[in-house]
Design a protein around this ligand. Structure first.
Ligand code: TYM
Length: 333
């Protein structure tokens, strides 16, 4: 039986953090045996924020090395760099003809970014979900492992895929679905600064390559409150976030232990943070140690990128030619 197809990507805007890892990469690793996987580095998407050429190149290498250090196996999965597959941007152009200003303007992430950076509301930002749809459907993906923050972008990809099928009276594209390994809701890894998600631009991230000392320092500084004064009281957001993070990285018994201390008003946040920091370190330690070795091996990185590009292009070119033929784009020679 054919394995279901999976596509997902990460922008190379710096180091991978715990949000990227638990929202995406951990699922990539778990999926690679049972699915046909395409995991890429979304360098074109990252251009919406105008990185310098040096930072862009460094970011691409870093994410590639981090993918590999986390355990994504280039023999099992196709790992590639988005810009190495020009078929993607060609499909993006074609899909743009059926993507409407109103729906693009209504996307939450577009509105958020336009509000935060009013001087850089570029067309790439507006059509970001279209490029993302092209990434996904060019390999006819059935599943997309992403964190909760990408839910709406994925919804748009589903819409564009279905629209194309309808317009051309075809079933070329499967309608891609979000994927979470345990069938639970998509995950949102909170930041340690009291509210919201962990993110690079939020400045509240713990990176995979961070050294243990720095992890301990960041976790110990996490925002909490004065502690519960009544048994079984509702947790304020910063404390809830700390527990959410603990549920993600720690053993269930550890979480239960601190839940019970919280409920009996005996919790000492300092103890909880110490435990949380150690549990984070046990995840990141083996990865951190590998990242620098892999980064130093330029030949290996080149080999992986080349192999990935070849495989991804083969799959992408096939779909693109089907798309063109359905649309009626046909060369006269
Ligand atoms: P990006 O680069 O912002 O994030 C990469 C992945 O990490 C997840 N993530 C999180 N998950 C849970 N909690 C968090 N705090 C957290 N922070 C980040 C994201 O959900 C994502 O899965 N548009 C995408 C990249 C992309 C893509 C695609 C993804 C481009 N094309 C096609 C899937 C399929 C992005 O900017 O992710």
């Amino acid at each position: 039986m054919e394995k279901p197809i999976v596509v997902s990507g990460i922008r190379p805007t710096g180091y991978l953090h715990l949000g990227n890892y638990f929202g995406a990469v951990r699922n990539f690793i778990r999926m690679q045996n049972d699915y046909t996987c395409y995991f890429f580095i979304a360098d074109i998407h990252s251009l919406t924020t105008h990185p310098t050429p040096t930072n862009l190149q460094a970011g691409v290498k870093q994410v590639l090395a981090e993918y590999l250090a986390c355990g994504i196996d280039p023999e099992k999965s196709t790992i590639f760099i988005q810009s190495d597959v020009p078929e993607v941007t060609e499909l993006y152009t074609l899909l743009n003809m059926n993507a409407y200003l109103g729906e693009l303007e209504r996307t939450t992430s577009f509105k958020d970014k336009a509000r935060k950076n009013p001087d850089n509301v570029n067309a790439g930002l507006l059509t970001y979900p279209v490029l993302m749809a092209a990434d996904i459907i060019i390999h006819k993906a059935q599943f997309v492992p992403v964190g909760k923050d990408q839910e709406q972008n994925l919804e748009m990809a589903r819409k564009f895929a279905a629209r194309f099928n309808r317009m051309y009276n075809n079933e070329l594209f499967p309608i891609p679905r979000p994927f979470t390994f345990d069938g639970k809701d998509m995950i949102k890894v909170p930041g340690l600064d009291g509210s919201g998600k962990m993110g690079k631009s939020e400045g509240n991230a713990i990176n995979l390559c961070e050294d243990p000392k720095s992890i301990r320092k960041k976790v110990m500084r996490a925002v909490t409150d004065l502690g519960p004064t009544e048994p079984n009281s509702k947790k304020a957001e910063p404390v809830e976030n700390l527990f959410t993070l603990m549920k993600i990285v720690s053993a269930p018994e550890t979480v239960a232990h601190f839940e019970s201390l919280y409920n009996s008003c005996e919790i000492r946040y300092g103890d909880m943070k110490k435990q949380l920091a150690e549990d984070i370190i046990s995840y990141t330690d083996p990865i951190r140690n590998k990242i620098n070795d892999i980064l130093a091996d330029t030949d290996y990185l080149t080999k992986v990128a080349r192999m990935g590009a070849e495989r991804a292009r083969e799959s992408a070119a096939k779909t693109l030619s089907e798309v063109k033929s359905l649309i009626g784009i046909k060369s006269l020679f």
